[in-house]
Each structure stands twice: as structure tokens, then as C-alpha cells.
Ligand binder design. Sequence first.
Ligand SMILES: [Zn+2]
Length: 139
Amino acid sequence: MITDITEKVTPIAAGLIKQFDLYFDDVDISLVKFVENDYGKVTKFLAKCHAVGSLYEYFTGCCYIIEFACPIFNTLTDKQKEIVLLHELFHIPPGGTDPDNNMYMKLRQHTIQDFTPITERYGVNWQWKDFEAEMLGDK
Ligand SMILES: [Zn+2]
């Protein structure tokens, strides 16, 4: 089952885009939708960023859909969820929501495991259990 959670996620996403402004340039968050997809079983991925493409953009009014895979996504802490969200947002390149830009509705690929600003800020092991303690510096 797919649930539209755009209203809930947009303010959080907007906050992250503001924090990492340099990397997002002019991404228009109102052209991004967020859905929770319940696969009913554990999936190999936590989330995916889909570039919509012109045909579906016509019907959905958005350029990107970020999909969170449940139930596995809900096993994460709130902070981890936020980083997964940030990771997926990074798949939207600068200009990705601008029809006049050549990156319009394209996806940005990451290096090795994650995007550099995420590894710089949160380290490479943020998926693991000790991540929060590590990030707070109490470890
Ligand atoms: Zn990715």
C-alpha cells in the first residue's frame, strides 16, 4: 500500500535543504512528493528517489517522488530517517526542478557509499546502531 506523506515530510526536507543549501542550489521542494510504500516484507533498500519523467509529471504535478520502503524504514531512529531523507534529496541535482535546466528531472549519482557532505557530517557508519552516540560525540 502506498501512502502520500508529502505534507508531513516537506517541512523536514525544506529544513535539510536550507542546512545544505550549497548543494541544492535552486531545488523547488514543492515539486517533490514523498510516499511510504508498504512492501509487507523486508526490502533490500530503505528508500528510493524516482525522477518522474514528463508523462507522469503531467499527471502528478511533481518532478521527483521519494519513496520510503516499509516496514524496514520504520525500524530506523528519527535521526537515521532524517539522514535517509537527506540522502534521497541529494539524488535531486541542482536544476532538477527547473524545466530550463539540462538537469531537469535527472538523478544525481553518489560516490561509493554515500554523498560526500553526508559522510563529512555524519560519518560512513551512520546506518549502524552506534550512530547517534557517535554523532553526539559521547562515544
Ligand atoms: Zn542513493
